[in-house]
Design a protein around this ligand. Structure first.
Ligand code: FES
Length: 96
C-alpha cells in the first residue's frame, strides 16, 4: 500500500513501494545527508512530525525521540517529515 510523504513546507509525493524513504527522497531531488545507508551511522536522520514508519532492518545508530533514519525505513502511513535542506524542488505542472 502506498502512502503520501509530506515534507514540511508543503511538498508532498508518493514513494514507490520498493524504495526506502531515503531513496524516495532522492528520487524527488531532495538531498539528505547520508553515509552508511544501512542504519549504522545516524547521519541521515530526519524529524518525523506525524505518521508511522517501519524499519526494513533494525537500526543500530542511536536515534533520538521523534527522529527516524530514512535509509532503512518506509512509510507505513501517510507521514510528515522535516528534512534539513536548503531548497525544495519546484512543483511540477505549474506555470512560472
Ligand atoms: S545513512 Fe547511516 S544511518 Fe542512515
Amino acid at each position: 500500500m502506498t502512502h503520501i510523504v509530506k515534507v514540511a513546507e508543503g511538498y508532498s509525493f508518493i514513494p514507490r513501494e520498493e524504495q526506502t524513504l531515503l531513496e524516495a527522497l532522492e528520487a524527488q531531488d531532495i538531498e539528505v545527508e547520508y553515509q552508511c545507508r544501512q542504519g549504522f551511522c545516524g547521519s541521515c536522520q530526519v524529524k518525523l512530525i506525524d505518521g508511522k514508519i517501519e524499519y526494513t532492518e533494525a537500526p543500530v545508530a542511536f536515534v533520538s525521540e521523534g527522529r527516524i533514519l530514512p535509509c532503512c525505513c518506509r512509510a507505513s502511513s501517510d507521514i510528515i517529515i522535516e528534512v534539513p535542506m536548503t531548497e525544495i524542488p519546484p512543483a511540477t505542472g505549474t506555470d512560472n
